[in-house]
Design a protein around this ligand. Structure first.
Ligand SMILES: [Zn+2]
Length: 98
């Protein structure tokens, strides 16, 4: 079960998103995130996984929208983080003037 067995667009979007986070991370989390981009989360030691979870996953990764509970695509995640946990669809509905 290797990281490259299924290299589809979702993986590319994930790598792109993680790459966009690098500048916000401290050097330790940065190194770990680069490793994830390079080799996948399976390559991390338990300690690195803990740091990745705490510094990256908990801060910057949202898997489902707070409101509609739909899964959030990697390409929409930056938006969802900025909007406080809402997918573009729900954010649009909440901000509609009517
Ligand atoms: Zn939603």
């Amino acid at each position: 079960m290797g990281h490259n067995d299924r290299y589809d667009s979702e993986d590319r979007d994930k790598e792109e998103y993680l790459g966009s986070l690098l500048e916000r991370l401290d050097s330790k989390a940065q190194g770990i995130t680069k490793l994830v981009i390079d080799k996948g989360e399976d390559a991390l030691s338990p300690k690195q996984k803990y740091v990745f979870q705490r510094e990256v996953v908990d801060q910057y990764i949202i898997t489902e929208c707070k409101l509609c509970k739909d899964s959030v695509a990697w390409c929409e995640m930056a938006f969802t983080i900025e909007s406080g946990g809402y997918c573009p669809h729900c954010d649009h509905l909440m901000n509609k003037d009517d």
